[in-house]
Ligand binder design. Structure first.
Ligand SMILES: C[S@@+](CC[C@H](N)C(=O)[O-])C[C@H]1O[C@@H](n2cnc3c(N)ncnc32)[C@H](O)[C@@H]1O
Length: 217
């Protein structure tokens, strides 16, 4: 999945993954995870997700990263936020209130910039990546999060041969293979999505969404 693929999706506004509300599984499970209110929460592959607004409303500082400048600009415009912009080696940071959204490559982040992220929220991020990049993502991005960091990972599962991603199917075995050496993984909920809907699920015989609590040892 090359950056140009996503840049084009944003240019053409083919962003069916975007929700005009915060993720329901986050609203349900986040409060039980006990991420301290002042903790910074990492939101990888953030898009213009309203999850960032909700996390900030809970008192969290948010560190998002998103490749597309269009997505970043739409996020601040649509939420009536006026960001202050500064450049670092990680990209262009747009900062407003508790939210710091970096327009840059998640694979360019290091342990230094992520050192305060005691929380993580991953929706449509791991599953947006093809298999080889998922391995790099776990090894190179999650590995830079501090010990004790905890949060929520939302995945999708469906018969991969029935449809091409993204989003890709990432099953329970893969989640464990990617993370279990460094992270405690706890399946919180698995939700069956009724097939035949008008969006991505069209044509799939089975589609499930799973929410995992994750905690770095
Ligand atoms: C499927 S979307 C999900 C966005 C958001 N998490 C949501 O729930 O709406 C994936 C996003 O990741 C961005 N992206 C893809 N690869 C990236 C990378 N290497 N670094 C930062 N952002 C990336 C894309 O531009 C796209 O906006």
């Amino acid at each position: 999945m090359q950056p140009e693929f996503w840049q084009q999706r944003w240019r053409e506004q083919r962003i069916g993954f975007h929700q005009d509300h915060p993720t329901a599984l986050m609203l349900k499970h986040w409060p039980m995870l006990d991420v301290a209110p002042g903790a910074q929460v990492f939101v990888p592959l953030a898009g213009k997700s309203l999850d960032m607004v909700w996390l900030a409303s809970q008192g969290h500082r948010v560190l998002g990263v998103e490749l597309s400048q269009l997505a970043v600009e739409q996020f601040f415009d649509e939420n009536q936020l006026s960001p202050v912009i500064r450049e670092t080696k990680y990209g262009r940071h747009y900062v407003a209130g508790l939210i710091d959204l970096v327009c840059g490559d998640a694979f360019g982040l290091d342990a230094d910039v992520l050192r305060d992220c005691m929380g993580v929220f991953d929706r449509a991020a791991l599953v947006a990546l093809p298999a080889d990049l998922r391995q790099r993502y776990a090894r190179e991005v999650y590995a830079n999060l501090p010990h004790g960091c905890h949060g929520l990972l939302v995945t999708l599962e469906y018969p991969q041969h029935e449809k091409d991603g993204p989003p890709f199917s990432v099953d329970d075995a893969e989640v464990h293979a990617l993370y279990a050496r460094e992270w405690a993984i706890d399946l919180l909920e698995r939700e069956r999505i009724v097939p035949g809907g008008p969006r991505f699920e069209e044509g799939l015989s089975r589609l499930e969404m799973a929410a995992y609590g994750v905690r770095r040892y």
